[in-house]
Design a protein around this ligand. Structure first.
Ligand code: HEM
Length: 156
């Protein structure tokens, strides 16, 4: 494996944990805020920023893998029709990429909508809904073997 590809895949793999931890903090703060009817706090805002920044980073690394480094997507793009019949190539070339791009777009939309509304209760509710849906989509596309594609939880 070429070194740049190895490093990029390593970063993409580990940044997934930052995304997941940040999403959990965002959801817990929003749920607590909603149930205890408290204000939208600086911590909630900070974790939302970490969540979104790590998602944007993941998107950039993902694009680099997809169009430049990954031998899997290169193979898929060399014959897209045939790749659609191969579950592993289809997973990387379409399902993983498309679903995660939708998830990132939803998380970004949620963050814009949260900023637009002044009321704390609505901010908590919007955060919960948009982050919850984005996290669900992200989790569904982490290659843990469910769709016939398994990768290490922790890449070394
Ligand atoms: C929240 C978003 C995302 C998460 C959590 C995520 C997570 C992962 C994980 C865990 C792997 C396996 C890494 C390993 O083998 O250790 C992977 C591989 C990959 N991801 Fe993502 N990903 C995300 C978004 C994207 C996006 C948006 C793209 C494309 C634009 C992308 C393209 C790829 C490609 C091409 C591979 C396979 C590379 C290879 O094995 O050659 N990912 N991703």
């Amino acid at each position: 494996m070429n070194t740049f590809y190895t490093i990029t895949l390593f970063l993409h793999s580990w940044n997934r944990w930052l995304i997941l931890v940040a999403a959990i903090f965002v959801l817990v703060y929003a749920a607590k805020g909603l149930s205890s009817k408290t204000a939208y706090t600086a911590s909630e805002k900070k974790w939302s920023l970490v969540f979104l920044s790590s998602l944007h980073l993941q998107l950039l690394i993902g694009i680099l893998l997809y169009f430049v480094l990954s031998p899997l997507t290169a193979e898929a793009m060399s014959n897209f029709g045939a790749a659609m019949k191969d579950p592993v190539l289809r997973f990387w070339a379409v399902e993983h990429t498309f679903t995660n791009i939708v998830a990132i777009a939803l998380a970004q939309t949620g963050s814009i909508l949260v900023k637009r509304i002044p009321d704390s209760r609505s901010k908590h509710r919007r955060t919960l809904i948009w982050t919850g849906i984005a996290l669900f989509l992200i989790l569904s596309m982490i290659p843990l073997g469910m769709m016939g594609v398994a990768r290490p939880w922790f890449r070394f």
